[in-house]
Design a protein. Structure first.
Length: 385
């Protein structure tokens, strides 16, 4: 039997449960063994050999805790309560399979107490690590590079304990692997598993036309998908955007707007749009270039979606993306506003490269299917036969 322990909702777009669902669909119970999945909620498969146990109303409590952090108390450590609640529920929900032979447990959140209990029962643990460790944000803060990357020593300690306990760590990029190794985590226990994208469901259409003025393209639609906050590099992006050279372009910041940047957005001008959550398959067809100078990711799903839609991407190395330099976009260092501006200007000086790199980007994404992702995860499971 395989345990899938997901502190999220199965198959809900935009969260970890999307990836869990892909793995569940790819598992063959006859070959891989039965699956017992505990999740906050959601349903993905209804077939013999796969059982899903949800948390009911309790599954929504972490979202309320997160909202308290976002809108009321930014320093509130909601994650500690979130992880504790899920770990406690798992201990109860695992009682029906007590005594069963369990080949491994895939834990999709840093929950050291839960992992310790599993290990005490002799169950190997595969831990999903979707983002750079909190210690990385703390280092950025202490170095004075990112004042908005606030230290959280308690969460950092929880994470490092979980990393030490797990038998395998699934990381989405070399960037995350490098940061874990910097913390002393053995690289031999890590497996880099790149995220995927469904290219067939994302169909590019002709982009809006651009004009030219004084040797520069105008009317370019730049877009970012994700939470609109300082961590995503919105501060640096809007700093660049103040240059009059972008006055006839439009910047689309798509996603939930964090209150911390509300005042900044009010001063940004009418050519900055905040449409909220959007459907990438529709919205990205009105855009030309994707830009995300984020301070801290693991491997942003939005980058995969934008590239699959035929958009070249300008991203920070901290996004952990698979952008190939000068082929389907550019990679910059987080916080480097000067280079960010120069890369954006390069597309204005040579607008033909937007379509050229966009085509390269879409072709590149065909190598990153969700089936490939799921098969790679299951191959890690096979290490514990």
């Amino acid at each position: 039997m395989i345990l899938e322990l997901l502190n999220s909702f199965l198959d809900r777009p935009g969260n970890i449960g999307t990836r869990t669902a892909r793995v569940l669909r790819a598992i063959d119970p006859e070959r891989d063994g039965e699956v017992y999945c505990i999740a906050r909620g959601g349903q993905v498969v209804d077939r013999e050999g796969i059982r899903i146990v949800g948390m009911g109303p309790l599954g929504h409590l972490p979202r309320i805790l997160n909202a308290i952090r976002i809108f009321l108390f930014p320093a509130f450590n909601h994650r500690a309560l979130d992880i504790s609640l899920f770990s406690t529920f798992c201990r109860v929900a695992l009682l029906p399979v007590k005594g069963r032979r369990i080949r491994l447990a895939h834990v999709w959140d840093v929950a050291p107490n839960l992992i310790r209990n599993l290990k005490a029962r002799g169950i190997p643990v595969v831990l999903d690590v979707p983002i750079a460790p909190t210690a990385y944000a703390e280092r950025l803060f202490l170095e004075g590079r990112c004042p908005h990357c606030l230290p959280n020593p308690a969460q950092a300690a929880v994470e490092q304990e979980a990393y030490a306990l797990a038998d395998r760590l699934l990381v989405p990029s070399d960037f995350v692997a490098d940061e874990l190794e910097r913390l002393g985590v053995n690289r031999q226990k890590m497996r880099v598993v790149h995220f995927g994208v469904d290219v067939s469901s994302l169909r590019p259409s002709p982009k809006p036309g651009m004009k030219e003025r004084d040797g520069l393209a105008t009317g370019i639609n730049w877009v970012m998908l994700g939470n609109v906050n300082y961590r995503k590099g919105v501060g640096e992006l809007l700093e660049v955007w103040r240059d009059p050279v972008f006055a006839e372009d439009t910047l689309h910041l798509c996603g939930r707007v964090n209150p911390e940047v509300s005042a900044l957005l009010k001063r940004a001008g009418q050519n900055v749009l905040t449409p909220g959550f959007v459907n990438p398959a529709d919205y990205l067809n009105r855009c030309h270039v994707f830009v995300m100078p984020s301070w801290m990711e693991g491997s942003s799903k939005a980058v995969f979606e934008a590239m699959a839609m035929g958009l070249p991407a300008i991203v920070s190395s901290s996004t952990g993306s698979v952008v190939r330099e000068g082929i389907d976009g550019y990679s910059i260092e987080a916080g480097d506003s000067a280079t960010l501006k120069e890369r954006m200007l390069s597309f204005k000086r040579s607008p033909a490269t937007i379509a050229e790199m966009g085509e390269n980007a879409r072709e590149h994404m065909k190598s990153y299917s969700w089936q490939r992702y799921a098969d790679t995860v299951i191959a890690v499971y096979d290490e514990f036969r």
